[in-house]
Structures are given as structure tokens and as C-alpha cells.
Design a binder for this molecule. Structure first.
Ligand code: NOJ
Length: 734
């Protein structure tokens, strides 16, 4: 422990130590420079360690000044906020960003977000969110990086670096939600998550661990229970795994009132659950004030020790020290919102680029890219909309700054003849609209009858060369507490797509969503389909770049698109079954027999698999070659493949490496992503991509949770997505 901190701790009263563990929400406590008396009192008495949700020069300065001038020890406050995919300039939602498979771009998004956040007095961002998610019903898959542990881990580390290794603007990152929050049963938010330790270590833990390995400063506990004990009070998670196994040395914060919520989980009263959380290894209590109001009593009653409190306090003080707050409590705070940073041309350009790179082209029957002189019928409830471009968790973003798809297309192609019709409401259900409008009006229902809206759109469509339908979810239909049981296009939008398709005109369906949707019918009706997620401030310009071919789309899905809700959870790296269905394994005959692992009514495969995404050009993969097909011990192998751009456009391709371990001491997944490389190829150009493979790539957790590899045969496969690879076998002996 550093000297400054130990000296400080030696001077602190018990109350002052407990105060540091208290993260307080400002609510309406700050209006301009005026701070409510209650909050001033609290800070002055040393009962506050950090402020949640306060940003901007005036309020930050006002509150920090109270801490520095009125509290006995003048310990600066730490200011934290949900900066999830941008602060003022909003980038695509994390699910969208993850589909870029572009780690440098994602790291830069974190860095630029941090630049804006730092300029407004923030020190700490509640990001990255790295929960593995295999269930598209769960609204929070919008905030995560998809279904795969390897991709998720690479993104997790990239984001931590972006936030924390940013010179003077470096912030503290907070990896969340530890742990298993993405596995909420039935896709219902805040629900229990129940799984084997094997699945935890193999599939769900790696992205959190990757953040720890990248030096993340803080961890947020999750709302759910893990093996029956809520994560916020789970010592095995917060101490044994996180600190002892992984060597985490930062501080752990609860999720919003998750200490108090342990009462509802059935863990006891506020005093009991607060003591449980502290003992488990939780350091900071977000908003609920269970620590503030009960720890002293627990100490008196011997339920916690002073050492427990001091340890937590020291971790928080060390984080403040790391930020340099003791030397400069106002850090990068500017008295005026700096225009060269906030929503600057540089940030907007990066957001536009990220919006285009996040798009995934799911189908294209030679319709895209569009001609810039075409007569285009632009249809749909999200086509001329700015309110829903940012996506969930864009707290400091302003939708009025956003570029709509209509505006973006006009900007990109001034000579195009673009007509517009609404076609359908996102939803016609006032109750669903009310839920989607909880943070401001996002859904405005046009009261005209649905047939009239569709008829008007069809009239426009019939006059055009090509139809672009922009449909999907309103932004608050995904995100926290936004689970959906039916994940098709909401409202009458499917009927709209069917009616537009019936005109026989070329139909492009662009959809916004915070999750994979079930779009089997639409996938047959539309000639081209683009997933644009929620693209952020520059969404309209980004999608226009894609539609007109100024950017050749290169996104690849980070989450499988289910064929139907009944398939969920559906993910590419599933285990094997003793009764495989034909197609999954060669040699098994596809007959309508019973006793196979299959559905009667739908295929086993998702509609679009993990790693899938098209381009305007085509890529041809050669055979995979290995430097050796028999290896021993700590050998290093090289797997190579030559990829050629055989189409008519320059483009980018993400070359994916999958490894299969066919026989082991336990049943292993059918394949697992172990590497990827994104390459740019001019038309006609080819490149050889090489992956280095070591025994680290072969390791897995066995039944004793021992992480090692076992000798035998492995299949090294490379391809453009998880369902389309070519493999070669290697035998690897000990
Ligand atoms: C609850 C969410 O689960 C978490 O992700 C977020 O950081 C906190 N609220 C604070 O807003």
C-alpha cells in the first residue's frame, strides 16, 4: 500500500471509511451550480465516496468543491456514469460494434468516448459490458459483444485499453456484470442464471477475465444469483475467483441497489445482506446505502471487522490515487464544454465510420449497392426518424444531433429521387409504446388505419426503381428490462414487408434492432437485407455509405439469428449429442426418422450463423495448409489459407479460425473460434493469412476445472463464418 494512502487511512474515522464505500446518485440534487442541502451535508460529513450520474463542468465542480472545502479530510469524490457506446457522440450499440470484429476501431471508440467523458468531469465509466449472451430475448444483448467467449474476450480487453490507456484522459473502466448476467433464464431480465462451473469457466468467464488481465480498475457485480447466492454477496465469485484465482486488485462496485435487492432474493434484512456483501468482497455500494446505514452496527455485533471496512476503503482510495485525483481533483474538467472534443467533426467522422463497419449484409440478390441516381421509395417507421438512432444507454446523447436514414441518403446521393412513406408504426399497441417511451418520446403512433399506411407505402413503391424499407425496434425495446418473448418485427411491420415484396420491385430491408430478430419470412421476401443495429449519432450517414457502396459492408454476426424463438438458446459452439441429426455430421442419413436430435417443424441451424456476413464482392478461400500435421509438446504450428477477392469491388474480409477437439476426456463443443484476422483485399487481389497455433489454443477446463490440453487429433478449420469452414487434421502428442 502506498504511503499516502496508509497515512490517510490512519487518520480516518470509521464513519469516514464507510463513507468512501458509498456511491450516491445526484438525482435532482444538482441544478446548475446549486446543490441541494441534503447532498452538501452528506458530502461535508464524509459520507460519500463517489457520485453517480453527475457530469458537466458546473455540477461536477460544485460537488467536488464541497468535498474539498467542507469535508474534514478533503478526499476528492470520484464521478461515474454509464458511458456505454459514446458519451455525447454516440457510436453504434456494443452488439453492433462487435459485429465489426475490428478491435482497433472498438478500442478507438472507447478512447474517443473517454475523451468526451473526461472533458465533462467524469472519472469512471461503467463499461465494458461483456456478458456472454445466447438468448436474443434478453434485451441487454444490445449492450454486449455476442455469444462467443473468444471474440468477447478480445473486445473486452480492447475496450479496457481504450478507456484506461488514454494519456491525460485515461479513465477507470468497470467490467460488468460479474457474473453470468447474460444467462438469465428464459431471457427475462434480472432472472436467475444457473449453470455448471464448467460452462462458467469455459464460456462465460473468459471476457471478464480478459478485462482483469488487461488491468481493468473496477468490476461491477451482477443482479442475478450464481449457484443460489446473489453475485453481490457471493464470496466464491468476488474473492475466490476474481481476486485469488485471477489476481484482480481493483475495487468491486455493486450494481444499482443490488445490495438491497438481496433482501428480495431472500438473503435476509438490510444489515444482513450488507454484511454478506462486504464479507464477500464488495467494496462500493451503488446508491442503496446499505453499507452506510448498517456496517457500523454489524461491526459492533461482530458481523464484520474493521479490517473488512478498511480493506474496501483502501481499494477505493487507491483507485482515486491512480486517477491522480489527490493531486488534481478537477483533472480535465473544462468550464465550457469543449467544442473541439464534444461532437467534434473528428468524433462524428469516427462515429460514421463505426456505424458503417457495424452493419451486417445478410442477403443480397444483386440489388445493392444502389445507384446514386435511382428512384428510391424509402419506406418504414424508422426511415425518417432521429429519435431511435442512438440505441439504448445513450444517457448524455441528444437524439436531435442524430442523422436519420432519409437525411443520410440525401447527403450521400443528392441526385437520387427519394420518396418517403411511413408504411407502418413500430408498434400500434399503446402499452408497448408507453414502455418504449419511458425515457422520452421515441414511438409516436400515426393513428391512421394500418391498411391505409401500407397502401400509401405500396403506391410509392410502385413508382420507384427500388424500395428501401427501414424497419425494426424502437430503441427502448432492447436494453435493460426490455426482454421480448416474440422477437419478430414488432407491430405491422412484417405485413408491410410482405406487401412491399408483393409489388415485385427490388426490396432492400434495413433493420434496426438491439438483438437478433426472427425474420425467416422477411429473409425470403426481401432481395437484400442489412442489419444496422442502432448506429448512433451518425447512423443515417453510416448506413447511406453502405447502401450506396461508398463503404463495402464487412460486418459479421457476433450472435446467431434464431430461426424461431423456440430454438433459443442457439449458438454455434454447442456440444455434441449422441443422436445427431443429418447434416450436422457427415454420414448420418437425413431420413424422417425418429430418435434424432431435431425439431419436427424447423431446422436445427439458425437462420444466420455466428460469424456470417456478406460483402458486395466475393471471396474465395483456398485449402488450409498446416506447417506440420503431426506435432509434439510445446510445438508452434502455422495454419495458412489464401483468400482471393474474386468479385467486382474492393472489400474487407474477416478470416476465422475454428478448432475442434473430436475426442477428449469430456464432450467438447463442435467447434470453437480461436483466432480471426480482418484483411482488406482489392478486387482481384489475394492474401495469405497465417495463424500461429500453440497448445494454448487446445486447452480446456476438464471435469476437475483443470485447464490443460489432451493429446490426440484436432481439426484446424478456417473460413468466412462458423458454418462454412475447411479443416485439416493434426495429431498433437504430449
Ligand atoms: C443497472 C445496470 O445493470 C448497470 O449496467 C448500470 O451500470 C447501472 N444500472 C448504473 O446505471
Amino acid at each position: 500500500m502506498s504511503d499516502v494512502i496508509s497515512t490517510l487511512l490512519a487518520h480516518m474515522t470509521l464513519d469516514e471509511k464507510i463513507g468512501q464505500l458509498n456511491l450516491v446518485i445526484a438525482g435532482d440534487a444538482v441544478t446548475g451550480a446549486t446543490v441541494s442541502e441534503g447532498v452538501v451535508q452528506k458530502i461535508a460529513s464524509g459520507a460519500v465516496g463517489g457520485m453517480f450520474g453527475v457530469y458537466g463542468a458546473t455540477p461536477v465542480r460544485a460537488l467536488q468543491t464541497v468535498a474539498l472545502e467542507k469535508s474534514r479530510l478533503k478526499i476528492p469524490l470520484i464521478f461515474g456514469l454509464d458511458v456505454i457506446h459514446g458519451h455525447r457522440t454516440i457510436f453504434p450499440i456494443p452488439l453492433g460494434l462487435s459485429c465489426s470484429w475490428d478491435l482497433a476501431m472498438i478500442e478507438n471508440v472507447a478512447k474517443l468516448s473517454g475523451d468526451e467523458a473526461a472533458a465533462e468531469g467524469l472519472h469512471w465509466v461503467f463499461s465494458p459490458m461483456v456478458d456472454i449472451t445466447r438468448d436474443a430475448r434478453w434485451g441487454r444483448c444490445a449492450e454486449a459483444a455476442g455469444e462467443d467467449a473468444y471474440l468477447g474476450s478480445r473486445i473486452s480487453a480492447a475496450m479496457v485499453r481504450g478507456y484506461q490507456e488514454n494519456g491525460d484522459n485515461s479513465l477507470l473502466a468497470c467490467v460488468k456484470h460479474f457474473a453470468l448476467y447474460g444467462a438469465a433464464e428464459a431471457g427475462r431480465d434480472y432472472h436467475t442464471a444457473d449453470m455448471s462451473r464448467l460452462a462458467m469457466f469455459e464460456q462465460y468467464f473468459p471476457p471478464y477475465k480478459a478485462a482483469v488481465d488487461a488491468g481493468v480498475a473496477s468490476v461491477m457485480s451482477s443482479f442475478n444469483d450464481v449457484e443460489g447466492i446473489p453475485a453481490t454477496g457471493n464470496k466464491w465469485l468476488l474473492t475466490d475467483v476474481l481476486r485469488k484465482q485471477w489476481g484482480f486488485d481493483g475495487f468491486v462496485v455493486s450494481d444499482y441497489t443490488s445490495v438491497n435487492e438481496m433482501i428480495d432474493h431472500g438473503m435476509g434484512d438490510l444489515q444482513t445482506v450488507s454484511a454478506l456483501a462486504l464479507k464477500a468482497g464488495l467494496d462500493m455500494d451503488m446508491v442503496g446505502e446499505g453499507f452506510l446505514t448498517t456496517l457500523k452496527k454489524s461491526l459492533d455485533e461482530g458481523k464484520v471487522t474493521e479490517d473488512d471496512i478498511t480493506t474496501a476503503c483502501a481499494r477505493i482510495l487507491r483507485a482515486k490515487q491512480k486517477l491522480g485525483l489527490f493531486d488534481n481533483p478537477f483533472r480535465n474538467l473544462r468550464d465550457e464544454s469543449p467544442k473541439e472534443i464534444i461532437l467534434s467533426p473528428k468524433h462524428r467522422a469516427a462515429a460514421r465510420d463505426a456505424a458503417a463497419r457495424s452493419c451486417v449484409l445478410l442477403k443480397n440478390d444483386n440489388i445493392l449497392p444502389l445507384q446514386k441516381t435511382a428512384k428510391i421509395a424509402l419506406i418504414g417507421p424508422l426511415a425518417d426518424d432521429k429519435r431511435n438512432m442512438q440505441g439504448t444507454w445513450s444517457i448524455a446523447g441528444n437524439w436531435e444531433e442524430c442523422v436519420s436514414v432519409l437525411q443520410g441518403m440525401k447527403n450521400a446521393a443528392p441526385a437520387a429521387d427519394i420518396s418517403y412513406a411511413l408504411g407502418a408504426n413500430v408498434t400500434d399497441d399503446p402499452l408497448i409504446a408507453a414502455k418504449a417511451n419511458i425515457f422520452g418520446e421515441k414511438v409516436i403512433i400515426d393513428p391512421r388505419p394500418e391498411n391505409e399506411l401500407i397502401a400509401e407505402a405500396v403506391r410509392e413503391a410502385e413508382l420507384a426503381d427500388v424500395i428501401v424499407a427501414v424497419v425494426g425496434e424502437a430503441q427502448e425495446m432492447s436494453g435493460e428490462a426490455a426482454s421480448r418473448a416474440d422477437i419478430g418485427l414488432p407491430g405491422k411491420q412484417s405485413a408491410l414487408i410482405a406487401a412491399l415484396a408483393a409489388t415485385g420491385k427490388p426490396l432492400v430491408m434495413v433493420f434496426l434492432s438491439g438483438r437478433p430478430l426472427t425474420i425467416v419470412n422477411e429473409s425470403k421476401q426481401a432481395g437484400a437485407i442489412v442489419a444496422m443495429w442502432f448506429g448512433g449519432t451518425e447512423a443515417g450517414n453510416g448506413i447511406a455509405d453502405v447502401l450506396f457502396g461508398d463503404y463495402n459492408p464487412a460486418g459479421k454476426l457476433s450472435m446467431s439469428f434464431p430461426y424461431a424463438v423456440g430454438q433459443i438458446p442457439v449458438y454455434y459452439n454447442h456440444k455434441k449429442t449422441g443422436r445427431p441429426y443429418a447434416g450436422e455430421f457427415p454420414g448420418v442419413v437425413d431420413v424422417p426418422s425418429k430418435f434424432r436430435s431435431r425439431y419436427l417443424d424447423i431446422p436445427n441451424e439458425p437462420l444466420y450463423p455466428f460469424g456470417f456476413g456478406l460483402s458486395y464482392t466475393t471471396f474465395e478461400y483456398g485449402d488450409v495448409t498446416l506447417s506440420e500435421t503431426a506435432a509434439r509438446g510445446n510445438a508452434t504450428l502455422t495454419a495458412s489459407v489464401t483468400v482471393m477477392n474474386t468479385g467486382a469491388h474492393d472489400g474487407e474480409e474477416t478470416v476465422q479460425l475454428y478448432i475442434t477437439d473430436p475426442v477428449a476426456s469430456l464432450s467438447r463443443p463442435v467447434r470453437e473460434l480461436k483466432g480471426f484476422e480482418k484483411i482488406a483485399l482489392k478486387r482481384g487481389e489475394s492474401k495469405t493469412v497465417q495463424f500461429t497455433i500453440t497448445t494454448d489454443h487446445l486447452k480446456f477446463y476438464n471435469n476437475d476445472l483443470h485447464h490443460d490440453w489432451e493429446a490426440g487429433e484436432f481439426i484446424i478449420a478456417i473460413g468466412p463464418n462458423s458454418a462454412q469452414t475447411r479443416g485439416v487434421a493434426v495429431t498433437w502428442e504430449k
